[in-house]
Ligand binder design. Structure first.
Ligand SMILES: *Cc1c(COP(=O)(O)O)cnc(C)c1O
Length: 397
């Protein structure tokens, strides 16, 4: 066998993540590796904590990046806050609420499920009923931006309800961070986790997390040991929080953290409000183009995520063939539907660096060309003018 270096094809990533990585981030990741206890590296980590606090809009001391993907951030929240015999109320309106249930049960705790249809936001009234019916519940958990459908839920309202009933609140912000308004302190969220590869446009494999003082107190006062050694925050805190006295816990993924640092510097340069506005403007332009082709959105307008656009596949069209053609001919990746929505929707991501006029126009013209070829009558050249008109109105032309 003759083994050669791997050179991936250059793609445009407009699925549910990973998103297109800003070249500045890739360049940062190729800088020299240094020791994870090197004072220069420790200085970078301290700065990164401030950048993460800015991104989450929090003053929480325990704000750091877990050295593993978003799923590990989810697991960090559950394994540290739950003990065997506890009860957690888990909201499910897509794929990721189901993963939360798995986590709760593997902690030896009981999951009380609050279900909403896929494509709908979490219903606060159902959550209130569940909180009333389960006064022993210790945790309320839900997903802010459900990437499997494109629905946004109301963090402020749900968190207030959880607190009124004595719960700590865990929020999945993997797809929301950097894409839509998220204010951890104003909304009093207790535990939140995100991912590097969605609206932060970094490479996959890191999970920013943040914990309130109340959550930290709960973790410090546990009666049982955290069931995961690697994710036990009591141990991780002595590395991240130790200042110059950092104790060895695990070897930090040095170059990946250079990348996340650069991603957060980029977010800080643009400003959160700027990033949120850009995601919304690109969504409006994409939507105008998609609607001109007769494509309809899954999620009701009031709950739509700008960074994840689920549209129904037109009658009689083979959705997988469309995605395959887009990838082969244009090197463009869009997402398929999951679960009950498999074969019924496409999921088009506008995340971070990928939420750009260039990607919006490229994606629309590629989709329109393929659909026209497959006989979709509404796909006849209207998408680009419709999107351009919105881009002009939004100040992007
Ligand atoms: C992508 C995603 C995750 C999982 O993140 P990984 O980095 O793939 O482990 C969790 N929750 C939501 C809402 C996501 O979109």
């Amino acid at each position: 066998m003759d083994f050669k270096s791997f050179h991936p094809p250059a793609r445009t990533l407009m699925g549910p993540g990973p998103s297109d990585v800003n070249p500045r981030i890739l360049e940062a990741m190729s800088r020299p590796t240094i020791g994870h206890l090197d004072p220069a590296f420790v200085g970078m980590m301290d700065e990164m904590k401030g950048l993460l606090q800015y991104a989450f809009q929090t003053a929480n001391e325990l704000t750091l990046s877990v050295s593993a993907p978003g799923s590990a951030g989810m697991e960090t929240c559950f394994v540290n806050l739950l003990e065997p015999g506890d009860t957690a109320i888990v909201c499910q309106n897509g794929v990721f609420g189901g993963r939360m249930k798995e986590n709760v049960e593997r902690c030896g705790a009981k999951a009380v499920m609050v279900e909403d249809a896929w494509g709908q936001p979490v219903d606060p009234e159902k959550v209130e009923q569940a909180l009333k019916a389960n006064p022993e519940a210790k945790i309320l958990a839900f997903v802010h931006a459900e990437t499997s459908t494109g629905a946004a839920s109301d963090v402020a309202t749900l968190t207030r309800l959880g607190h009124e009933h004595g719960c700590l609140v865990i929020v999945d912000a993997v797809t929301s961070l950097g894409g839509i308004p998220l204010r951890v302190d104003d909304w009093s969220v207790d535990a939140i986790y995100s991912g590097s590869q969605k609206c932060l446009s970094c490479t996959p494999g890191l999970s920013p997390v943040s914990f309130s003082a109340r959550a930290v107190e709960t973790i410090r006062n546990r009666k049982t040991k955290v069931r995961s050694w690697f994710l036990d925050l009591n141990l991780v805190m002595s590395y991240w929080g130790g200042g110059t006295k950092r104790a060895y816990h695990h070897t930090a993924p040095i170059n990946a953290l250079y990348g996340l640092h650069e991603a957060l510097v980029l977010l800080h340069e643009e400003g959160l409000e700027g990033a949120w506005a850009r995601h919304n403007a690109m969504h409006l332009a994409l939507r105008a183009g998609l609607e001109s082709m007769g494509l309809r959105f899954l999620v009701p307008e009031a709950s739509r995520l700008p960074q994840l656009n689920s549209v129904f596949v037109p009658e009689g069209i083979d959705e997988a063939a469309v995605r395959e053609t887009l990838l082969r001919r244009y090197s463009l990746e869009i997402g398929a539907g999951l679960g009950a929505l498999a074969g019924k929707v496409w999921r088009i991501g506008l995340m971070g660096y990928g939420a750009s006029p260039r990607n919006v126009l490229f994606c629309l013209s590629a989709i329109e060309g393929v659909l026209a070829e497959m006989g979709v009558k509404a796909a006849h050249g209207g998408a680009i003018p419709a999107a351009q008109s919105v881009l002009r109105d939004q100040g992007y032309a």
